[in-house]
Design a protein around this ligand. Structure first.
Ligand code: AMP
Ligand code: ZN
Length: 113
């Protein structure tokens, strides 16, 4: 996707602070952290949001979840974390490349919204 910031990060065209990378996924620090440790995990394959997941692409997403505990540990999260994916306007999705926020590194608030 030509004008997608996260595709550009995945391609190394925009710098990021990488936490984990393999051939399918990339995890990097959020520029505007909402928790003591805030990491974003993306599939390298472009998908707009959770709404784009199909039978053909669900294995990519399962792969992300298999690796979230590894990524959280790589990021230095030791005592629990929260995973969030904003999908669509009411959820305030701003970057339209599917991503999962991993929030941790300290006690989080009880409310989600
Ligand atoms: P969302 O509102 O779920 O679409 O979240 C997008 C997230 O991407 C926000 O938390 C931003 O702070 C973060 N973000 C935007 N641009 C960058 C970037 N170049 N590097 C790291 N994080 C970014
Ligand atoms: Zn993209």
């Amino acid at each position: 996707m030509e004008n997608c910031v996260f595709c550009k990060i995945a391609a190394g065209l925009i710098p990021s602070t990488k936490v984990y990378e393999d051939d399918k996924i990339l995890a990097f620090k959020d520029l505007n952290p909402q928790a003591p440790i805030h990491v974003l995990v993306i599939p390298k394959m472009h998908m707009d949001s959770l709404e784009d997941i199909t039978e053909d692409t669900s294995a990519e997403i399962a792969y992300i979840f298999e690796n979230i505990p590894v990524i959280a540990a790589c990021a230095g999260i030791r005592n629990g974390y929260r995973v969030v994916s904003n999908c669509g306007p009411d959820a305030c999705q701003t970057i339209h490349h599917l991503h999962f926020h991993i929030l941790g590194g300290g006690k989080l608030g009880e409310k989600l919204a």
